[in-house]
Ligand binder design. Structure first.
Ligand code: SF4
Length: 326
């Protein structure tokens, strides 16, 4: 579990030096990435005004526009039930507005989707390079797909030339001191061709390798979906364990935070994996009152409770008939 504490410390340090958003444990086509950093694009502020949540990809990619209302089932590329639930969610978070046309609901975008994604960096944490596990193969997968603009390996180990030789060339390497929160750049990352086609390596065995070519348009969709999930998720655990031994704490460097520290284990713990009746020292109580969203709001450009754009749109009825004529 040392990796979990290392990851929290890495996230705290990256957040402190970033003007974008940081999130943990996001799935891509071929694997789950430890940490993702989204650099802000020119319309980042406009994105923060819409919603604090992730906007569903199919809603962004749909034919629902700003100026004309349409039925979700006609405009969202999904089966009817799923299209309606995607529209429900988009309305709930304020990206779509809904109105009735006769007995049918129609939706339109409350605002144009902004150009807020400046760049994506994938960060792979490996506190101890002496126990590399699958590291080399995972990084090769990431470079092959090139979904991110940059890939960086962060480690607590001293990095030797032999280590560097095993890490694919485009991958940057930073050494991290989890006590001080400081980084030392060992090797700068190379910019990947994230706007070109890539190859997702799905399964590898001695006998065969399953691959899937991913074209530029699909890749752009995947990048936007990752950025949206990162925007909505962040990196702090949502709640602390309901245990008398749990207390909120920040990493050794920097200000206080809402990270789950266990006074019995004398380290940060992963509540989902370590806490509960299975733990011999578990002493149930109300979880400590912490507000990770308030901290994220204070320390980043992300807004926990934006005013929203849907309510500012005046006169839904001023738009013309939707193209379904309903
Ligand atoms: S459940 Fe166990 S690991 Fe979790 S905070 Fe309590 S004592 Fe620590």
């Amino acid at each position: 579990m040392r990796e979990f504490a290392f990851e929290l410390a890495v996230c705290a340090a990256i957040e402190a030096e970033s003007d974008g958003v940081v999130a943990r444990q996001l799935g891509t086509r071929s694997r789950v990435v430890d940490v993702v950093e989204i650099e802000p694009g020119p319309e980042f502020d406009a994105r923060t005004e819409i919603t604090s949540e992730a906007i569903p990809g199919p809603a962004i990619e749909s034919d629902v526009g700003v100026g004309r209302a349409r039925r979700a089932t006609a405009a969202i590329d999904a089966d009817p039930g799923r299209a309606e639930s995607i529209a429900d969610r988009a309305v709930e978070i304020g990206f779509f507005e809904a109105e009735r046309r006769g007995r049918k609901r129609v939706v339109r975008q409350a605002t144009r989707y902004p150009d807020w994604i400046g760049g994506l960096t994938a960060i792979e944490n490996k506190p101890d390079l002496g126990r590399p596990g699958d590291l080399e193969r995972q990084l090769r997968k990431d470079v092959s797909l090139s979904l991110f603009d940059e890939i960086v390996l962060v480690t607590g180990s001293y990095v030797t030339g032999a280590h560097l030789n095993r890490i694919p060339d485009p991958v940057g390497v930073r050494r991290f001191d989890a006590e001080t929160g400081s980084f030392e750049t060992v090797r700068e990352p190379s910019r990947l061709r994230s706007d070109s086609a890539g190859i997702a390596i799905l399964e590898e065995s001695a006998a065969k390798t399953d691959i899937e070519p991913i074209g530029p348009e699909r890749k752009a969709r995947m990048r936007r979906r990752i950025a949206e999930r990162a925007y909505g998720k962040g990196w702090r655990p949502e709640a602390l364990p309901g245990c008398e031994r749990a207390a909120p704490r920040g990493p050794p460097f920097g200000p206080e935070d809402a990270l789950p520290y266990c006074e019995w284990k004398e380290r940060f713990v992963d509540p989902a994996r370590e806490c509960g009746p299975e733990c011999p020292e578990y002493a149930p109580t109300e979880p400590p009152a912490v507000d990770p969203d308030a901290l994220r709001d204070r320390r980043t450009g992300w807004k926990a409770d934006p005013g929203g754009v849907a309510r500012r749109q005046a006169g839904l009825g001023r738009f013309g008939e939707d193209e379904d004529g309903e």
